[in-house]
Design a protein around this ligand. Structure first.
Ligand SMILES: O=CC(=O)O
Length: 315
């Protein structure tokens, strides 16, 4: 397959780059001054595109690559891929679900614990020598808090399982009631009712036109000044301006955020809040999971170019 042109949209994971380079004719977009300068010389050679959550495959990219057959994304989210365009042009799409579920769910729980028990803040307290002067103030219990999950897909379900193990009653909102959730988790057809009946709201749904800003001022106010929002999904699912003002004004109790509306920019107002825990979109970023994701990206490409069924097809 050495002659098959594969375009990598941005730096992802060194092992993935190396493994792709062994198997394909790999083009790294960031080695060119612009997409235009790349496509002027190499557009016809590209039969596959490997993208991620930072740089995906928009309509312009897809239209500029006349030989494109498959988009294999290093991640589960599809919000940076123009799926409609891929469908129209018969371009296959694959992602890396399942292998990353545990890590993202673990991080959601870690964020909840970090916010309620103020772990990063109390870590700073010890490291800055403040413990010698006074005891650390009391924090808030996480076990047993009611957890409302927005989106009970693979990741949302894994978070529900973990939250239940902490004795947290779990409810959820999604487009439709999930039969497999049975009587374990209460379903709210309306996100406002979910927020009003939860102490923690965990955002775990995909970003789509329907879910953009689904967590708005009303939802934040329904959660209230003791409520906590955890977001391991995508930044734009929450109206970030409203989230920041609710945190600054004390209308929301705290937040654990792995994703933001304009990554890597994070609102300055959040930096000094001790009830806010921030991580740089690292839900899937463990060595184990990144290796599994890289293997899956490659396995999907190899399956496609050998005429076999994709392992994890989206389209
Ligand atoms: O954000 C990470 C992913 O979509 O896999």
């Amino acid at each position: 397959m050495e002659s098959i042109g594969v375009l990598l949209t941005c730096p992802m994971y060194t092992n993935l780059h190396e493994e792709l380079e062994k198997r394909f004719n790999l083009f790294k977009l960031w080695n060119f001054s612009s997409f235009k300068s790349f496509s002027q010389t190499h557009a016809n050679s590209v039969r596959a595109l490997v993208c991620d959550t930072k740089i995906g495959a928009n309509a312009n990219t897809i239209d500029s690559l006349p030989s494109l057959e498959i988009v294999s994304t290093y991640g589960v989210g599809l919000d940076k891929i123009d799926l409609k365009k891929c469908r129209e042009k018969g371009i296959r799409v694959a992602n890396t679900p399942d292998v990353l579920t545990d890590d993202v769910a673990d991080l959601a729980i870690a964020h909840a614990l970090a916010v309620f028990r103020k772990i990063p803040h109390s870590d700073g307290y010890v490291k800055n020598g403040l413990w010698k002067h006074s005891e650390y103030p009391l924090t808030t219990k996480f076990s047993g808090k009611s957890v409302g999950i927005v989106g009970l897909g693979r990741i949302g379900s894994a978070i529900a399982k973990r939250a239940a193990a902490f004795g947290c009653p779990v409810s959820y909102h999604s487009r439709s009631e999930k039969s497999e959730a049975g009587s374990s988790y209460k379903y709210y057809p309306n996100i406002l009712d979910l927020a009003a009946n939860s102490q923690i709201l965990v955002v775990a749904c995909a970003l789509t036109e329907e879910t953009r800003h689904i967590v708005n001022r009303e939802v934040i106010d329904a959660l209230g000044p003791k409520g906590v929002i955890i977001n391991i999904g995508r930044g734009p699912i929450i109206n970030q301006r409203e989230l920041v003002s609710a945190l600054v004004e004390g209308r929301l109790g705290g937040a654990g955020l792995d994703v933001f509306e304009h990554e890597p920019d994070v609102p300055e107002e959040l930096m000094s809040l001790e009830n806010v825990v921030l991580t740089p979109h690292v839900g899937t970023d463990t060595v184990e999971t990144c290796n599994d994701m890289a293997d899956l990206v490659i396995a999907n490409l190899e399956a496609h170019f050998s005429g076999k069924p994709l392992l994890t097809p989206v389209l």
